[in-house]
Design a protein around this ligand. Structure first.
Ligand code: SF4
Length: 324
């Protein structure tokens, strides 16, 4: 299988300006040299706490925020180098499902209008009858009855609204869908239904996903590979099975340690690694290894030497001086 998405050294830096002359006084390195591939038809999980740069990475891939550097190739074409007109056409191939389905849907537009808009903008339907047929089809694909197409977002539950968001994302037959915390705002009882729907659609439509999540438990069964981010950088990347059994980076170990184990016996015996404090501000990240102020294994050199991503096993990389 070949990589559909190739991200190389992606950077998103925001200037911080102050004073009357709006001089740049600092730089926020929200995404700071991120590289990964995603194979066609596969799912990569992008995981980390809030503020680690995972959502900004997803938005930069779509150019909803402008990358400062690096390249993003989708099917070989560099998205970062596209001119606005070319980008508009290419957007058909890459769509996003947002965390909050209520905020991402226009409250004044019916489901019909929401789903018809991209079809009409991209000239995918010829007449009114065809629009209606395609809207019904999309609603059925996400498990909603076409009888509800004239309703407004507030008339649906959170789970149903997310189904509408997913229908809008697949309307243009995209190749890549970026899922930005797609179930975080939903009740736990609904989360599994939405994840199952996403998996079914991936199978039937051959979609490639980047699944952004703050919780490793959510991505466990849906991702072939997982990249863990901390302060704008990937600190570990591994096949999902490997990462859950043999985490290499102390940050990954801490994130895994926060997931409860259903067996009370195992749960009682296991050693917990509790993360203290918050993710530091990307405006002023700690020197050396960004994780050192919170790392239980930190040594003196961690305060000055930046650890490089090293390959520790086939397909497994981690950025830690001590990982092996
Ligand atoms: Fe911890 Fe040092 Fe490894 Fe960073 S490099 S994760 S501070 S042990």
């Amino acid at each position: 299988m070949s990589a559909l998405l190739e991200v190389r050294d992606l950077k998103v830096h925001f200037p911080v300006r102050r004073g009357v002359l709006q001089r740049q006084v600092a730089t926020v390195r929200a995404v700071d040299g991120v590289s990964f591939d995603v194979e066609e038809g596969s799912t990569l999980g992008l995981v980390g706490e809030s503020g680690c740069g995972k959502s900004t990475t997803a938005r930069a891939i779509l150019r909803l925020v402008e990358p400062t550097g690096g390249s993003v190739k989708l099917g070989g074409a560099d998205i970062v180098a596209l001119k606005p007109g070319e980008l508009r056409k290419k957007r058909r191939d890459m769509q996003m499902v947002f965390q909050d389905p209520y905020a991402s849907l226009n409250p004044r537009m019916t489901v019909f209008d929401t789903l018809a808009e991209p079809l009409l903008t991209h000239g995918l339907v010829k007449d009114k009858a065809e629009v209606e047929k395609r809207v019904r089809e999309l609603m059925s694909q996400v498990g909603l009855s076409g009888a509800y197409m004239r309703r407004y977002p507030h008339e649906f539950s959170g789970g149903q609204r997310q189904r509408i968001g997913i229908a809008r994302a697949i309307a243009l037959h995209p190749k890549l869908v970026l899922l930005d915390e797609p179930v975080s705002a939903l009740d736990v009882s609904i989360q599994a239904q939405i994840i199952n729907l996403l998996m079914d659609l991936q199978q039937s439509l051959g979609l490639t996903y980047v699944f952004v999540a703050h919780d490793l438990a959510v991505v466990r069964h849906v991702c072939a590979e997982i990249a863990v981010m901390y302060l704008g950088r990937i600190v570990e990347r591994a096949p999902a099975k490997e990462l859950f059994v043999t985490p290499r980076h102390p940050y990954t170990k801490a994130l895994l340690s926060a997931i409860p184990i259903p067996d009370p016996e195992v749960e009682r015996k296991r050693k917990r690694l509790v993360l203290v404090g918050e993710v530091p501000s990307p405006l002023n990240p700690p020197a050396g290894c960004h994780f050192h102020p919170r790392c239980p294994s930190a040594e003196d050199r961690c305060k000055t030497e930046v650890p490089k991503l090293r390959e520790l096993a086939p397909g497994v990389t981690a950025a830690c001086h001590l990982a092996d």
